[in-house]
Design a protein around this ligand. Sequence first.
Ligand SMILES: Cc1ncc(COP(=O)(O)O)c(C=O)c1O
Ligand SMILES: N[C@@H](CCOP(=O)(O)O)C(=O)O
Length: 462
Amino acid sequence: MRYVSTRGQAPSLSFEEAMLTGLARDGGLYVPETVPMFDRGQIAAMAGLPYGEVAFRVMRPFIGEAFTDDEFRELIAKAYAGFAHPARAPLKQLGPNHHLMELFHGPTLAFKDFAMQLIGQLFQASLERSGERITIVGATSGDTGSAAIEAFRGLANVDVVILYPHERISEVQRRQMTTPSESNVHTLAVTGDFDDCQAALKDMFNDFAFRDEVRLAGVNSINWGRVLAQVVYYFTAATSLGAPHREVDFAVPTGNFGDIYAGDIARRMGLSIGRLVIATNRNDILHRTLQSGEHRKSGVTPTISPSMDIQVSSNFERALWDAYGRDGAAVAQLMDELKRDGGFAVSQGAIGRLRDGFASGRASEDETRETIRRIHAETGELLCPHSAVGVHVAEGNMGENPMVTLATAHPAKFPDAVEAATTIRPPLPTRMAGLYDRPERVTRVDNDLAALQSVIREKIAR
Ligand SMILES: Cc1ncc(COP(=O)(O)O)c(C=O)c1O
Ligand SMILES: N[C@@H](CCOP(=O)(O)O)C(=O)O
């Protein structure tokens, strides 16, 4: 299995190389050259298997020679051992044809743990073999950062540097990143919004001298390994609801487009997914794109679902690459226009293909709060605001198929929003007791590439 860049100019790589490389050297994202397909029998056989076994079967065809079967099984087992629910990604019924997939039982209470815990294991195994030392730099709107720190803290051959937008994440998210005391963890509060942090991260990857000097690696969903690990739970959910014998729809709270893109990969592997519904908050560039055919940035507006306060949706580039018939030159031109002019018109053919694969909707702040209140009153389930955006949009897109909404974070990560909607303040799980008592460690940095690079050099020179 080889991986190629969405911009067509970087060398193709193996799974392990693509995982350690992060962003391709032409600025593109790595994607598998071909997507392996399962037949109906192989998919039917996954129903009811333990999560780790489905993870092995789904991901194995993508990893090539990087790990033996035994090694890979062991790394998967270690990755999911710390999850608090035996099913890992349990389904709950919300209504007659509507299910919620709870993806927040990992160590940092967000769906990011599914991929980050595994990536942590894969990186460690790979670095132990090579003896290399790397600097992971990540941009976060709150959840990726805490999951990355949890996965990499204390490792001897890794520094992990996280950029988050100052005052634009919840207190729990901030404390998860600023209270770990390990000396290889460095948290930077950057002036600006998540898009600024992600743009700075990509600029660092495109500065080859800096990239090579610090041996830069990335664990945002830029990294194909992140997307791959998120493909698995589409299989566990759909097969438990009758796939491959019937279709299942999914509604996905969406920001950087990594999670829903993983669903698209599952569908291309042969899983009977009907519609993939993009659910956005007021930062609705993806919903507007599907409606109008025009992909155009507007400013990022802070919302009660801060992890989705994103307008430059990194993985949409992967979907465009597919929609433009895998034409790297066309994608490179669109990305230049996005950077230079703030947007571009999607071609007729490409927007048609995107509309065939994806539906979309958005939730206002009031709709999000009302959904949290109503679902709690009707079912007893407390939703985090991101999951509530998903449920609201799912309800407007119900068809014949069962609908699964992805619950992407635990309500206790966003206690203010949940309390405002329900009067209930969701407590943190006991394993996180003490989060409010520990001292915080964070460095304020301006949104300036040279300033960020200089702070990173300082932090890793220990
Ligand atoms: C809680 C939560 N929900 C949804 C999303 C959106 O996921 P994606 O960026 O993969 O679209 C994020 C951030 O990524 C998140 O942290
Ligand atoms: N919402 C994310 C944003 C980064 O997304 P990623 O999937 O590309 O890492 C966050 O919580 O940081």
